[in-house]
Design a protein around this ligand. Structure first.
Ligand SMILES: [Zn+2]
Ligand SMILES: [Zn+2]
Length: 329
């Protein structure tokens, strides 16, 4: 089969590799679409993936074309979205229900071959069957949405809250859509890129601006979400949290990024600073939300490229062009 492959740091190509074979409880998925995200850039830089070469792609959906010996729940022809999480279910964190912090954390497309290929293998337990009205080529969006759902699990209450989101890339826009669904009183969005900000306006944010100082909000915001990973945005956001409010670190910062906190204010105003990492018991619900129409795929997917153009898709993503870029093998 054809597959994108990261051979060494900075080196990605599309080549022919052996077809994958499923284990007893695995299925083989003919990939319909696979999204790119910042994690793929980290892998290409030689981070995250413990061993190269690796077939990347952890955001994908497709049709089942083969099943392992002991699979009874799904069959050839079923269309599925795939949760890439491979938690060990044995370590301390898995045993307390926090598999996304697993000591042996692994994921399809990060530590084992992923969806940027004609075929990918996944445990049947990681597959969610798609309803008939969903175009399987749009369902690569379920994985990033499941990360956003995890973010709202951590926030555990936005009903009536005034929300501020830094960043209106794919993830910021998903956080916007879920803020509306979870009953936020208002959702303001910040971005220095006017095109992206325009999309936030299109999706119905309350106010949008290049910086928070442009918005009148004397008491700050009950919930501040960073969806940029940018040091300047994070530092600014920490200072915009209202009394009793919460700051959520959702964007992936570089390892070396630091920010200054004000311990007296955290104490005196009961500020919560928290984070959310990837997917935790949130994939099934993301698929249900996706099926209910929470996202308009025509807004969220800006580029659809053939698999052979995976390196070009990476370049386009690096250049910050568009929103979600997918390859369609
Ligand atoms: Zn991703
Ligand atoms: Zn574990």
């Amino acid at each position: 089969m054809r597959a994108a492959i990261v051979e060494a740091p900075g080196k990605v190509s599309v080549t022919t590799v052996p077809d994958p074979t499923p284990g007893p409880r695995d299925v083989v998925v003919s990939v319909a679409s696979c999204g790119l995200c910042g994690t793929d850039l980290h892998i290409l830089q030689g981070e995250f993936a413990p061993t190269l070469p690796i077939v990347p792609g952890h955001e994908f959906a497709g049709e089942i074309v083969g099943t392992g010996r002991d699979v009874t729940e799904l069959a050839v022809g079923d269309r599925v979205a795939v949760d890439p999480s491979l938690h060990c279910h044995e370590c301390r964190y898995c045993r307390v229900g926090r598999g996304n912090l697993c000591e042996r954390w692994a994921a399809i497309g990060v530590t084992v071959p992923g969806g940027a290929a004609e075929y990918a293998v996944a445990p049947v337990a990681n597959c969610v069957k798609l309803p008939d009205h969903i175009d399987v080529k749009d369902a690569a969006l379920v994985e990033p949405l499941s990360c956003a759902v995890r973010g709202y699990d951590v926030l555990s209450g936005t009903l009536g809250a005034e929300v501020l989101i830094y960043g209106s890339g794919t993830m910021g826009l998903m956080m916007l859509e879920l803020a509306k669904r979870t009953g936020a009183a208002s959702v303001d969005v910040l971005d220095v890129n006017p095109d992206r900000l325009g999309t936030a306006g299109l999706l119905g944010c309350s106010r949008s601006a290049a910086g928070a100082e442009e918005l009148e909000q004397p008491g700050g915001w009950d919930v501040v979400i960073d969806a940029t990973g940018n040091a300047g945005a994070i530092q600014d956001g920490l200072g915009r949290v209202a009394k009793g409010g919460t700051f959520l670190q959702f964007g992936v910062a570089d390892y070396a990024t630091t920010a200054v906190i004000e311990p007296y204010r955290i104490y005196n105003q009961e500020i919560t600073i928290t984070g959310s990492m990837a997917v935790l018991h949130s994939y099934e619900r993301a698929a249900a939300l996706f099926a209910s129409g929470v996202l308009d795929p025509s807004v969220f997917i800006s580029d659809r490229l053939p698999l052979e153009q995976y390196p070009q898709a990476i370049d386009r993503f690096k250049a910050g062009i568009g929103r979600k870029i997918v390859v369609e093998p």
